[in-house]
Design a protein around this ligand. Structure first.
Ligand code: DAH
Length: 368
């Protein structure tokens, strides 16, 4: 046999096994001599070192290790030297075990400390206060409006924001050539759909869906091609109202709007109707209410007039009833519409309506 191992004497083989171990063990030796070298290891690194150390133990002390092979040589050593050689092997093995155990012991301790540190909590540390969310001021106001009308026996309708010309204009008695279309320019898609410019569209949907009699309000988002400024935004909110039944008159309209405004702004609120024009009502009226701030004596909010303009209304035009197959000889109704954002800006005395849509939490947090 020409294997270099077999050419070494048994003592040399033990020495070689020890040498090979020492070389590999060198990087773990620092864990014994210098405890500060452990300080740089985080938990995961220390666990990896521990596994590497166990691996080293198997390779140098295991059944297939070079040292184990030297044990088999004991029997072949001359009888006179046998005891001495046996001691060398044992002493070597003991030295390796001690080195491995010492390094392992220190690693274990470090791992334990790291685990405790990772799992411990500082009970004196101030907690993180949960920031509770809240509703947007427009939502708050919309819910107040809804509550009032539900109490008056109205249903709440929620409908689509993308519409056809039929619902946004034609069925509301605004034919194609009508100038009202120009004042409510909106965003069109190439497929003939448009973002609704008014919640009045829901009058049509509601009557088609529910038939008559009907009493409903429809709060929702509407869109117009407006340049944003302190009092305009291309997206805003309206509430539509509709009541159709046999024998509905303008007195019902006035009574309903006045009662709504009293519940909204206080029992002493006075309502005023001014003749106006809307294509889908005849006759039509705009309504104002006595300023909630100065009670009519004149202030900044009502621009010294004592009155605040709020919405449009009127008796449903016979053409609108006909558009949904309702006989205007039998049924009549009233409708009204108002802007929630405008009401919101008034009530909270906002100088700029756009604040409502910038979603700056420092602003929004003030409304709860
Ligand atoms: N849709 C109207 C607008 O956007 C508001 C309105 C006026 C609604 C009169 C009505 C109404 O139902 O009767 O300006």
């Amino acid at each position: 046999m020409t294997d270099s191992q077999t050419e070494l004497s048994p003592e040399q083989q033990v020495a070689a096994a020890r040498e090979a171990f020492e070389q590999e063990f060198e990087r773990f030796a620092r864990f014994i001599d210098d405890s500060s070298s452990l300080a740089g290891l985080d938990l995961d690194q220390a666990l990896a070192e521990q596994r590497a150390l166990a691996d080293l133990r198997t390779r140098h002390l295991g059944k297939k290790s070079a040292l184990a092979a030297t044990k088999k040589l004991i029997g072949r050593v001359a009888a006179a030297d046998r005891a001495a050689f046996g001691q060398v092997v044992q002493a070597t093995e003991a030295a390796l075990v001690k080195s491995l155990d010492d390094a392992d012991q220190n690693l274990k301790q470090h791992i334990e400390t790291q685990r405790v540190a990772r799992e411990s909590i500082d009970v004196t540390m101030p907690g993180r206060r949960p920031r509770s969310g809240h509703r947007h001021p427009i939502t708050l106001l919309r819910e107040r409006v809804e509550d009032i009308f539900v109490a008056l026996g109205y249903a709440i309708e929620d409908d689509r924001e993308i519409e056809t010309d039929f619902y946004n204009f034609d069925a509301l008695n605004i034919p194609e050539y009508h100038p009202a279309r120009a004042s409510q320019d909106t965003f069109y898609t190439t497929e003939g759909f448009a973002l609704r410019t008014q919640t009045s569209t829901v009058q049509i949907h509601a009557m088609q869906r529910r038939g008559v009699p009907v009493r409903m309000i429809a709060p929702g988002r509407v869109f117009r091609r407006d340049t944003p400024d302190p009092t305009h935004n291309p997206m805003f909110f309206q509430v539509e109202g509709l009541c159709v039944d046999r024998g509905i008159t303008m007195a019902h309209l006035k009574g309903t709007v006045a009662e709504f405004l009293r519940r909204m702004f206080g029992a002493d609120t006075v309502t005023r109707f001014r003749p106006s024009y809307f294509p889908f009502t005849e006759p039509s009226a705009e309504f104002d209410f006595s300023c909630f701030k100065c009670k009519g004596s004149g202030c900044r909010i009502c621009k010294n007039s004592g009155w605040i303009e709020l919405g449009g209304s009127g008796m449903v035009h016979p053409n609108v009833l006909r558009a949904v197959g309702v006989d205007p000889q039998v049924y009549s109704g009233f409708a009204f519409g108002l802007g929630i954002d405008r009401m919101c800006a008034l009530m909270y005395e906002l100088d700029d309506i756009r604040l409502l849509f910038e979603n700056d939490v420092r602003f929004l947090e003030q409304f709860r």
